[in-house]
Design a protein around this ligand. Structure first.
Ligand code: FES
Length: 222
């Protein structure tokens, strides 16, 4: 009975299994061996390209950088009726290119009636246009932020009032430390000035836009 069972077991030798091209004593045909080797070499070559690209793409998701706060001037330097432009560093690792202009004024309960503004002592508005990122300029006489590139116009609160921008100007968190105004991380706002994690220029955050354009890792900076 036992010997009958054994005889039914498949032999490990290719010759016994009558595989074409088999040689005596082989357990794997040379054709199968070469095919396996070629596939393994192909897989190693493909991963040499794919793994670094994958790591580069998803690495920033797992990298948490501490919030960057920068003093931009003493409290007395800012009024609650007009903006003062200050230059701050948003990406220290790239030198001058990592600096940006931010328009800062004191919180004014008569202008800043939006409930989202209540916890920020100063209003800090980004000069990066929400259309394609050109630097906007505050024009005091018109009480408007104006973009020179495609005619984007924003009101006193940074809300779009004309041109192609898809959302209001981004803002920055602010705080007071030892009598100095500090500007912190960037955030985006929708047309009701509701806060969102920072988006790139051209990405709307109203309605379905907030889901279609999720925040990119690193969008905090430039
Ligand atoms: S970049 Fe500002 S309107 Fe186009």
């Amino acid at each position: 009975m036992v010997s009958d069972k054994r005889s039914k077991q498949k032999s490990k030798y290719t010759l016994d299994r009558q595989i074409p091209g088999a040689f005596e004593g082989e357990t794997v045909t040379r054709r199968r061996f070469m095919t396996g080797t070629a596939h393994t070499a192909g897989a190693i070559a493909a991963s040499a390209f794919a793994l670094p690209a994958l790591g580069f793409a998803i690495g920033p998701i797992f990298k948490s950088t501490p919030a960057h706060w920068e003093p931009v001037g003493p409290e007395g330097m800012f009024s609650d009726t007009n903006y003062v432009p200050v230059v701050m560093t948003v990406a220290p690792s790239i030198g001058e290119a990592g600096k940006t202009t931010v328009y800062v004024r004191k919180f004014n309960p008569e202008i800043d009636t939006d409930p989202y503004d209540k916890d920020t002592p100063y209003i800090a508005i980004s000069s990066r246009c929400a259309h394609l990122g050109c630097p906007v300029r505050w024009v005091d006489a018109a009480e408007r932020f104006i973009c020179p590139c495609h005619g984007g116009v924003y009101d006193l609160l940074g809300r779009r009032v004309g041109g192609p921008p898809v959302r209001p100007l981004d803002r920055f968190y602010t705080r007071i430390k030892a009598g100095s105004v500090e500007v912190g991380p960037r955030f985006s706002v929708n047309s009701e000035l509701r806060r969102f994690s920072p988006r790139d220029p051209g990405e709307p955050v109203d309605g379905i836009g907030q889901y279609l354009y999720p925040s990119r890792p690193g969008a905090q900076k430039l």
